[in-house]
Write a protein that binds this ligand. Structure first.
Ligand SMILES: Cc1cc2nc3c(=O)[nH]c(=O)nc-3n(C[C@H](O)[C@H](O)[C@H](O)COP(=O)(O)O)c2cc1C
Length: 346
């Protein structure tokens, strides 16, 4: 394995073996208002929703996590089987390794074997700057083809870059590169944070580009500072190990980020709420705050590392919990769930 493959493997292993969650999950601070007279029947609720021109059977996305080393293929395959069964969206992790080594393309491309309504390709924003406009377009097309993507995700991960011992915290030029790519690209472009959230200011700047949506990727779930803390510890790098601990809980809470992004964009851009979603109730809370869809990573990583059955069980449970929450607030459709409102105690 080269350095990139090794890193991807370590991220997954550390996420599975250590507690890498933020110390507080902000979904616990959001309360849905119980409706004692919902006047709807639970089995008649419609969870289907449209996003980026595609129809999903539930407003859920399996967030991009992995690919780029051999064991990742099985994880993506198990996730894809669940995405197909429940007709929900799915992303893969950063596809840089697949560009650099064509022998690894199938660790991402395995998702093409499944009938998934929305597939999200993925790369870090700083790569766009390094490549320049022309090479970016060619590489982005290659990544789209690699998984048959309908949406392209540019990931912002500067918390990770600044803590990682081999990180590249070069952020200059990323905004312009995103703006150009959104202009050049035929498929919708989504900008996604990976655990530190998107503020009002960043969302206002992004809303002036042609991007199609924002994944707020807020704090409260997987902490990349925590993951890098453990990675640094593995090689006795005490400086980065310490930095990971200091910044463990850095970031804008996911519920706050949804509200900031919504206000900054006049609620016109679709919002995906990723960060700390553990179950269908958290997903319902995200929608009550105005998100169009909820994204989940860590919750599904353990089951996907096991087998298809465990992954399918987990997604089924999440959808059933979402349905139960919608019933209990009296929302018989996703659009009504988004309108229902919630109390935020942050
Ligand atoms: C092992 C692992 C690898 C990840 N790799 C990527 C990645 O390559 N690109 C990306 O956009 N997000 C990546 N993420 C971030 C997730 O997509 C998600 O935004 C984050 O984990 C928060 O969601 P969670 O709290 O449900 O885990 C990764 C997450 C995990 C756990």
């Amino acid at each position: 394995m080269n350095q990139t493959e090794n890193r991807k493997d370590e991220h997954v292993r550390i996420s599975l073996e250590k507690d890498v969650a933020a110390h507080h999950n902000y979904w616990d601070d959001v309360k849905l208002i119980h409706n004692a007279l919902p006047e709807i029947n639970k089995d008649e609720l419609d969870l289907s929703t449209g996003l980026f021109g595609k129809k999903m059977d539930a407003p859920l996305i399996i967030s991009g996590m992995t690919g780029g080393y051999q064991k990742a293929k099985k994880i993506n395959e198990n996730l894809a089987a669940a995405a197909e069964k429940f007709q929900i969206g799915m992303g893969v992790g950063s596809q840089r390794a697949g560009l650099e080594n064509s022998g690894l393309k199938d660790t991402y491309g395995v998702v093409k074997d499944f009938d998934i309504p929305l597939r999200f390709a993925n790369i870090g924003a700083s790569q766009l700057v390094l490549w320049g406009r022309d090479k970016t377009l060619a590489n982005v097309q290659e990544m789209i083809d690699m998984i048959g993507a309908n949406v392209f995700v540019v990931c912002l991960n500067f918390l990770q870059e600044v803590i990682q011992f081999e990180g590249e915290p070069h952020a200059k030029g990323c905004f312009d590169a995103i703006k150009e790519l959104a202009q050049d690209l035929d498929v919708p472009l989504v900008v996604k944070e990976s655990g530190a959230g998107i503020s009002y200011d960043v969302a206002s700047r992004l809303s002036k580009t042609k991007i199609a949506g924002i994944d707020v990727g807020g704090a409260g779930g997987t902490s990349f500072a925590a993951i890098e803390h453990y990675r640094a510890g593995m090689i006795n790098d005490r400086l980065h190990e310490r930095g990971g601990k200091t910044f463990w809980d850095w970031g804008i809470p996911t519920p706050t980020s949804i509200l900031e992004v919504g206000d900054a964009t006049d609620w016109k851009l679709p919002i995906i709420a990723t960060g700390g979603i553990r179950n269908g109730l958290d997903a319902a809370k995200a929608m009550a705050l105005g998100a169009n869809c909820a994204g989940m990573a860590h919750t599904l990583l353990g089951p996907a590392n096991k087998d298809k059955e465990s992954t399918i069980f987990e997604v089924d449970a999440i959808i059933k919990e979402l349905r139960a929450a919608m019933f209990l607030v009296g929302a018989d459709s996703v659009s009504k769930m988004i309108d229902v409102g919630a109390e935020l105690w942050i």
